[in-house]
Design a binder for this molecule. Structure first.
Ligand code: HEC
Ligand code: HEC
Length: 295
């Protein structure tokens, strides 16, 4: 027998003896069939690994390459036209099948994850929450809105919603004249209302002044002539034509939803978006609360 194979089998023997020593020390009972089968499996693996490894190492010493050489060679290094060994080809196909299984059903997508469990629990809880409050009364919504507001919005808008002296939108009114003039001058396209962009320069000079004053005064009294242009999109009453454009008179639900989803940058400053932060009922609650702040 080749000396490599002898050495391989000796190594396997050493491994088996070592396994037996451990088995003895751990008081594992080999008359138990499961233990016995496990042990025999280990013996088989040791013999096969070392036996096969030794066989190929011996073969590498004596084997020479053979077959038909391909035409091209690189600095004398050529390539035989031998068939790809079937074992390799099948292993390659096998790894691809395994990779697809692993990705779609295996560990990464199906694994337990703490974040996944948390997200699932939040989802279930929100579903219950929506169910319980789907017909909440205006008072409940207002209270709920107030508690959300105090945590999430008050740091910028102030506990009373007055905007902390110009740091953020003052909810005790809707617009200042300067805010409206700035939008008329620059146009606006950030809240993603169905009507899209409001073009810049829809009113000029005295018309712009008059219409801005009218909006800043809460659309009270007689509308100036230029209001006709604005009413086309914002509605005669300025309430946004059922959610097509922003409500200029108050803080209605579509306005609050669009501002929370997209954030808002204006002459006061920047408000970050809160995408996906609130459930529909919570958005309703925030709008209900904001509309109680306006005088
Ligand atoms: C073509 C339709 C259209 C016309 C006409 C129009 N607007 Fe607008 N307006 C919009 C839309 C849409 C928005 C929301 C833009 C966005 O996505 O940010 C808007 C936004 C505004 C805003 C800011 C609202 C907010 O909450 O940020 C003000 C103020 C405003 N318009 C006032 C006016 C005035 C005053 C006029 C008349 C001179 C006018 N608009 C004419 C469509 C219009
Ligand atoms: C990081 C500070 C900040 C936080 C937090 C914040 N806002 Fe704002 N918000 C602003 C600023 C600044 C503006 C004014 C933007 C402008 O028009 O210049 C604003 C404007 C608004 C407007 C008026 C938008 C318009 O078109 O007229 C609404 C409505 C609003 N915020 C609602 C909320 C609600 C509801 C919350 C809590 C969920 C909230 N904000 C949290 C800074 C903030």
């Amino acid at each position: 027998m080749n000396s490599f194979i002898v050495k391989g089998l000796v190594l396997a023997g050493v491994l088996i003896v070592a396994t037996l020593v451990v088995i003895k020390q751990m008081h594992i009972d080999l008359s138990d069939p499961v233990n016995l089968i496990t042990f025999l499996g280990a013996v088989a693996i040791a013999v096969l690994t070392f036996g096969v490894g030794a066989k190929y190492m011996a073969q590498m010493k004596t084997d020479t390459a053979g077959g038909e050489l391909a035409e091209e060679n690189w600095d004398g290094i050529g390539e035989y036209k031998n068939e790809l060994p079937a074992g390799w080809a099948w292993s390659y196909v096998g790894t691809m099948i395994w990779a697809i299984w692993y990705f779609l059903w295996g560990y990464p997508l199906n694994a337990y994850s703490q974040i996944g469990e948390y997200n699932q629990e939040v989802k279930n809880y929100n579903k219950k929450f929506e169910e319980i409050h789907k017909n909440a009364s205006p008072e409940v919504l207002k209270d709920m809105g107030e508690s959300i507001f105090l945590v999430q919005c008050a740091p910028c808008h102030g506990e009373t919603g007055d905007g902390l002296s110009g740091k953020a939108q003052d909810f005790t009114s809707r617009f200042t004249k300067e805010q409206v003039l700035a939008v008329i001058k620059n146009g606006q396209h950030q809240l993603k209302f169905p009507l899209g962009a409001m073009p810049a320069g829809l009113a000029q000079g005295k018309d712009a002044e008059a219409v801005a004053e009218y909006v800043a005064n809460g659309l009270k009294g007689d509308a100036p002539a230029a209001w006709g242009t604005c009413a086309g999109c914002h509605g005669q009453d300025g309430k946004g034509n059922g959610g097509s454009a922003p409500d200029l008179a108050g803080y209605d639900l579509p306005l609050v939803q669009h501002v929370l989803a997209n954030g808002k940058t204006g002459i006061i400053g920047h408000m970050p978006a809160f995408p996906g932060r609130f459930t529909p009922v919570q958005e309703k609650a925030l709008a209900a609360y904001l509309s109680t702040l306006k005088q």
